[in-house]
Write a protein that binds this ligand. Structure first.
Ligand SMILES: Cc1cc2nc3c(=O)[nH]c(=O)nc-3n(C[C@H](O)[C@H](O)[C@H](O)COP(=O)(O)OP(=O)(O)OC[C@H]3O[C@@H](n4cnc5c(N)ncnc54)[C@H](O)[C@@H]3O)c2cc1C
Length: 417
């Protein structure tokens, strides 16, 4: 590795206003927004084309709303399949159907689509960043086999990779000892040319399985399975050896409800460490996305969280910082302490434990809680088929109660150190 911290650089002339290291989803979205706002932006990634890696493959709700607000929905829709109805199952029964806009995609194609929407003001550089020199007035970025780039602000969006951050003394510490395990693979219909439903979510029952999602992506039906089990667990091994058998054992009536299937691709898997960056309030450099905080894949909050980072940084803080001659650590700290960002970060961190408890706890309290949750949903669904107006009122009440519970939980919590 090239170096650690150097004395602060003095010159104020730079090649670019903002250098973003990492052109995954966070770095690319930030470059889009900043380029549109008229800044000189250099986006650096080691891959010209994002490789086929297993990450988020389905988004809905808040993430879509944020993309729409930021006018970034159009590129997503060129790389994704929209769907709006999900059949929900638990313990062999259909619980209900939920409605709302979702998109299914392969992550690499999503990043490619977002990169194709980069404005011309963004200079995309392919290269491996090997060293950083940071300071309040200027940053220097060393790229393997290329000339150094100087910038006024450095944004690190390198995902879970640790080397560059470590060079700046930014260390990731584990904030949860839960390690969610995720699997992704394609399924194909057997003895028919299509499945009975577009999308299905099958919830676990205290057996270490959080949930299984089946949903459309371009050219295929994708399965995402989220667990809290040891990777050496016999069931996990059986999932690799005979995936179809393992799935039909764990999810009764899945075939009857969704349709018979065969596995249509290799099985990707990923064990996530839930970590947060420490010592990141430094002059001239800021972290976004997984580079700052990883989230539990089962919670489905990764994209909403990274969008909060991108939106707050690019729309609220960078416009202020760019009017100053230097961006020292006190200014950088205002971004990490942004109330909206803090709410999102705390919620995302909490969700890991929540999903762990839902997926694994078998004591009477949790068994009753789960049972009550799914019985209530089934009853509501029954009411909906008789009186949609009454069901809508009950849904509204439930949402108001859930929101106020979340708000009081966040207000009573302390920010992460
Ligand atoms: C298995 C799995 C399932 C998930 N499921 C969901 C889900 O259902 N819903 C949800 O919302 N979220 C989910 N997530 C989380 C979501 O995928 C991530 O939060 C998101 O992809 C992070 O994007 P990023 O841009 O921060 O990082 P990445 O997409 O990892 O981008 C990092 C980029 O940095 C580049 N880079 C790194 N080091 C260097 C260097 N030295 N020089 C140059 N370039 C460099 C890499 O090439 C890469 O392009 C899931 C994550 C995983 C792992």
């Amino acid at each position: 590795m090239m170096n650690r911290r150097y004395p602060e650089l003095q010159t104020s002339e730079t090649d670019t206003d903002i250098a973003i290291v990492g052109g995954g989803l966070s770095g690319t979205l930030a470059a889009c927004l900043l380029g549109r706002a008229g800044y000189r932006v250099t986006l650096i990634d080691r891959h010209r084309v994002f490789p086929q890696e297993f990450r988020v493959e389905k988004i809905g709700g808040e993430a879509i709303e944020k993309l729409r607000r930021l006018q970034l929905l159009a590129p997503l829709s060129t790389a994704a399949v929209p769907f709006d109805e999900i059949v929900n199952m638990h313990k062999g029964h259909v619980v209900d159907r939920t409605y709302g806009q979702h998109y299914g995609f392969f992550y690499n194609r999503l990043v490619t689509a977002m990169r194709s929407a980069l404005p011309e003001t963004v200079n995309f550089v392919v290269g491996q960043v090997r060293g950083l020199r940071i300071g309040a007035a200027q940053q220097q970025v060393s790229i393997l086999g290329r000339d150094e780039i100087t910038a006024r602000l450095l944004v690190i969006a390198t995902g879970m990779g640790d080397t560059l951050r470590r060079d700046l003394g930014i260390l990731h510490r584990q904030i949860s000892d839960r390690r969610p395990l995720a699997f992704g693979f394609n399924i194909r219909p057997l003895r028919s040319n299509r499945f009975r439903h577009t999308a299905l979510t099958y919830h676990g029952d205290g057996d270490g399985i959080d949930h299984l999602n089946l949903f459309p992506v371009p050219g295929a039906t994708r399965a995402n399975l989220f667990l809290f089990r040891d990777p050496r667990d016999p069931w996990v091994k059986s999932l690799h050896d005979d995936p179809k058998q393992a799935l039909t054992n764990a999810f009764p009536s899945l075939v009857d409800t969704f349709g018979d299937f065969e596995i249509g691709s290799r099985i990707d898997s990923w064990l996530t460490d839930i970590t947060a960056a420490g010592n990141c309030r430094q002059d001239g450099v800021v972290l976004i996305g997984d580079a700052y905080l990883t989230s539990c894949p089962a919670s489905g909050l990764g994209v909403s969280r990274l969008l909060t980072d991108v939106e707050r940084l690019c729309c609220a803080y960078i416009p202020q910082w760019m009017t100053e001659t230097s961006i020292d650590h006190t200014r950088i700290a205002t971004y990490y302490d942004d109330p909206e960002k803090l709410d999102m970060d705390i919620n995302s961190a909490r969700m890991t434990d929540h999903h762990f408890n839902l997926a694994t706890k078998t004591d009477v309290g949790w068994r009753l809680r789960r049972q009550f949750h799914f019985v209530r949903r089934r009853v509501l669904y029954g009411i909906e088929s008789i009186s949609p107006a009454l069901a809508a009122k009950l849904h509204q009440l439930k949402t108001i109660r859930a929101r106020s519970a979340l708000r009081s939980a966040v207000l009573n919590s302390k920010p992460m150190a």
